[in-house]
Design a binder for this molecule. Sequence first.
Ligand code: GLV
Ligand code: MN
Ligand code: MN
Length: 406
Amino acid sequence: MTDAQLILERCDELATISSSPDFLERVHLSPEHAAANALVAGWMEQAGLSTWQDAAGNQCGRIEGREEGLPALLLGSHIDTVPDAGRYDGMLGVLLAIQVASRIEPGTLPFALEVVAFSDEEGTRFGTALLGSRALAGTWDDEWWNLTDKDGITLFEAFQDFGLDPARLPGAFRRPETLVGYLEAHIEQGPILEDADRQLAVVTSIAGARRFALTMHGKAGHAGGTPFDRRRDALVGASELVVEIERLSRTHDVIGTVGKLEAFPGGVNVIPGRAEFSLDLRAEFDDDRDKVLALIEQAAAEIAGRRGLEFEQHEIYRADAVVCDLDLRQAVESGIRSIGDDDPMAFWSRAGHDGMAVVAATPIAMLFLRCKGGVSHHPDEAVKQADVTAALDAFEAAVRSLAERH
Ligand code: GLV
Ligand code: MN
Ligand code: MN
């Protein structure tokens, strides 16, 4: 079996660890997270790494460099998923990293090599994202302990249920002097590579994102008896704003998405008295994103005023844009050249990644590989075996190029 076949088989195996028999969902600090960590730890050990689960539930592995205890180059990605996920977003990057480590003879590099399977990149369970990588980077906010999941379980309780001691969380923090940098391989999650008929790209920067919980408050009432001019229909107000969010985002070249929308009390013959919805707003540059946010806020106030509604907004997540490190980028580029691509493509990531958090502790860079149709956050996610081979060889070459220059 080739390395790429092995990686793809392991992605299939990880995809069986799900909270639902019908689709893939594996969230932070769940029993499925524990099972995935155990499986990944076994693969890390087979690859010659010594393993541990850190104080934030990240699964880690390490091989030493020329001396014991040298600063480490981190390779990794995440093993949590969105609801009804594909099997490559995150997981493929972890498995590529393990396979790169398996190709490195322990004791030969001028740095240690560590692989991290981050516990929470998506934020599916607690709304705010990057919890694993923010713990590692030392940018943890103690207010997060009170975040709750859909069943009302706090992050604090979830840590305990998982067998982790919240008081020990600072133990996950990696001091910058213990690190050399962070490299992540990830599917592109967009169509740029496929449209250009190319396999790999180096990432120049990662889009800055902000996420909000939005609410329109109106007044519930009888769907038959309440005349239109007396209604304060929260859902119609929210819907108008959803359309405006798309229009403003498109006109100003930022990316705005409403991914959740729910009407309350939710009766077929009841005018919605409250609508709760979400906003994910991202752009290459934070200023552009924030200008459109101000326009969205203006639009929300206008719509609410005209319809007799009240608009409420609560920020649940913010990660500013991150520029990839030039030296690490050059290493990734030389990795891509080593597989015969003399002119590596380079573009910014529209998707968020753990590197956005890790950068607080150490420089980061990323390698993208093509995915079918650019589809991601969907069970149809797919990659070609030949692209996995190319990514693995390029990722290994990037590590070796960094070692030569270190
Ligand atoms: C992470 O997948 C994101 O939302 O960009
Ligand atoms: Mn994702
Ligand atoms: Mn991802």
